[in-house]
Design a protein around this ligand. Structure first.
Ligand code: SAM
Ligand code: SF4
Ligand code: SF4
Length: 331
C-alpha cells in the first residue's frame, strides 16, 4: 500500500524516539542552561512500551515504511533496548539506530544479535578537549571510538555523523575526514539546524555544506558522486584517491521535496516534520484498544493531510518560532 501526502510524497521512513533523556548535553542540542537538574523529562508512564512502539511500526510498515531508525534522546539510555530491536527486526524493514556512542561498546554485540542491521554514531570532534566541551559532560572521545570499533567487530556497518557549528568545531572537519577516510568508514557532515527553541540558533552559526566541500576539496581533492537513489539526503563526494564523504545541507539546500519521514516521539506523538510545533497523539488510540485497521486509518489520515516543507520556507523569523526539541523528536 502506498500513501501519498498533499505534495505526492510517500511515507518510507519511521524514526522512533525511545526516550527524551540523554547522558550528553551537546551544546547545539540540549544546552545545560535549559536541560539542567530542574528540567522535567517525560515521566516513565508517559513513554510508549516496546509493545506499543512495535505495533505502530508494524502498522507503518503496512502503509509503505521500509526503513526504521531508533533514536532519542540517547536510545541506548533506555533499558533493555535490545528487546525492542528484536521486535522491530521481525518487520520487513531496514533497521538502524542513531547513538552518541557512549554506551555502544557495551551494547553493540547484543544489538547486532537482536537484529539491528546498521548503526549511525554521532561524533563532532576528534580532538578530546573540543569533544568534551561539545558534549558538555566531559565525555572522552576514546570511549566513542571504542564504541565504533565494537559495532564493527559485531558486524554492524557504521556511519559517522558530525554536526558542524561555526566557532565550535569547524577546525575538526579535516581531521575527522582524514581519520575516517583512512579507516574506510562513511562520514557525513551535517549543517547545524534550527531545531527546537533552546539552542539559540543563528544563521551565522551554520557552516554551509558548500564551504565544507570546498575545505575538503582543498585538502584532499573531491568530486561529486551521482545520487544512489531519489531522496538520498546526503550529497556524496569521492576523494580523488579513493573513499567517500557526504554532506547534509538541510539548511542551505533543503530536500523537503523528497522527504518521506514520519516521526514517533517517546510519548506516542506522530510528527510529519522535524520542525513541527505539534504532533498527533497515537498513544490514546493504542491504550483505548484501537485495532490495527483503526491505527492504519490514523496514520494514513495524517500522512495524507501532510504538506510540510519547513526548510524550503525557512526565514530568520521562523527560526525562532516555538518547535519541538531534537532530543524529544530524534534526529
Ligand atoms: N543521541 C543520539 C545522537 O546524538 O546520535 C540520537 C539523537 S540526536 C537528537 C540525533 C542526531 O541529531 C545527532 O546526529 C545529532 O548530532 C543531531 N542533532 C542534534 N541537534 C542538532 C542540530 N541543532 N542541528 C543538526 N543536527 C542536530
Ligand atoms: Fe544527546 Fe544526541 Fe542531543 Fe547530543 S545530539 S544531547 S547526544 S540527544
Ligand atoms: Fe522533511 Fe520537514 Fe525537514 Fe522538510 S523541513 S526535509 S519536510 S523534516
Amino acid at each position: 500500500m502506498q500513501v501519498l501526502d498533499t505534495l505526492g510524497r510517500p511515507v518510507r521512513d519511521l524514526r522512533i524516539s525511545v526516550t527524551d533523556r540523554c547522558n550528553f548535553r551537546c551544546v547545539y542540542c540540549m544546552p545545560k542552561e535549559v536541560f539542567g537538574r530542574e528540567y522535567e523529562f517525560l515521566p516513565r508512564g508517559e513513554l510508549l512500551s516496546f509493545e506499543e512502539i512495535a505495533r505502530v511500526a508494524h502498522v507503518a510498515a503496512s502503509i509503505g515504511v521500509t526503513k526504521v531508525r531508533v533514536t532519542g534522546g540517547e536510545p541506548l539510555a533506555r533499558r533493555d533496548l535490545e528487546r525492542l530491536i528484536a521486535m522491530l527486526a521481525e518487520l520487513p524493514v531496514d533497521l538502524t539506530l542513531t547513538t552518541n556512542g557512549a554506551l555502544l561498546a557495551a551494547k553493540a554485540r547484543v544489538l547486532a544479535e537482536s537484529g539491528l542491521q546498521r548503526v549511525t554514531v554521532s561524533l563532532d570532534a576528534l580532538d578530546d578537549a573540543t569533544f568534551r566541551a561539545l558534549n558538555d559532560v566531559d565525555f572522552p572521545v576514546t570511549r566513542v571510538l571504542e564504541g565504533i570499533d565494537a559495532a564493527r567487530d559485531a558486524g554492524l556497518p557504521v556511519k559517522v555523523n558530525c554536526v558542524v557549528k561555526r566557532g565550535v568545531n569547524e577546525q575538526e572537519i579535516v581531521p575527522l575526514a582524514r581519520f575516517f577516510r583512512e579507516r574506510g568508514d562513511t562520514l557525513r557532515f551535517i549543517e547545524y539546524m534550527d531545531v527546537g527553541s533552546t539552542n539559540g540558533w543563528r544563521t551565522d552559526d551554520v557552516v554551509a555544506a558548500k564551504e565544507i566541500v570546498a575545505l575538503l576539496d582543498r585538502e584532499f581533492g573531491v568530486e561529486p558522486v551521482e545520487q544512489a537513489y531519489r531522496g538520498e539526503v546526503a550529497r556524496r563526494y569521492r576523494y580523488r584517491d579513493g573513499g567517500e564523504v557526504g554532506v547534509i545541507a538541510s539548511v542551505t539546500q533543503p530536500f523537503c521535496g523528497d522527504c518521506t519521514r514520519l516521526r514517533l516521539s517517546a510519548d506516542g506523538r506522530l510528527y510529519t516534520c522535524l520542525f513541527a510545533t505539534r504532533g498527533d497523539d497515537v498513544r490514546g488510540a493504542l491504550r483505548s484498544g484501537a485495532t490495527d485497521d483503526e491505527l492504519r486509518d490514523l496514520l494514513t489520515g495524517l500522512w495524507r493531510a501532510r504538506g510540510d516543507r519547513y526548510s524550503e520556507l525557512r526565514t530568520a523569523e521562523s527560526a525562532s518560532d516555538p518547535k519541538v526539541e531534537m532530543s524529544y523528536i530524534g534526529g
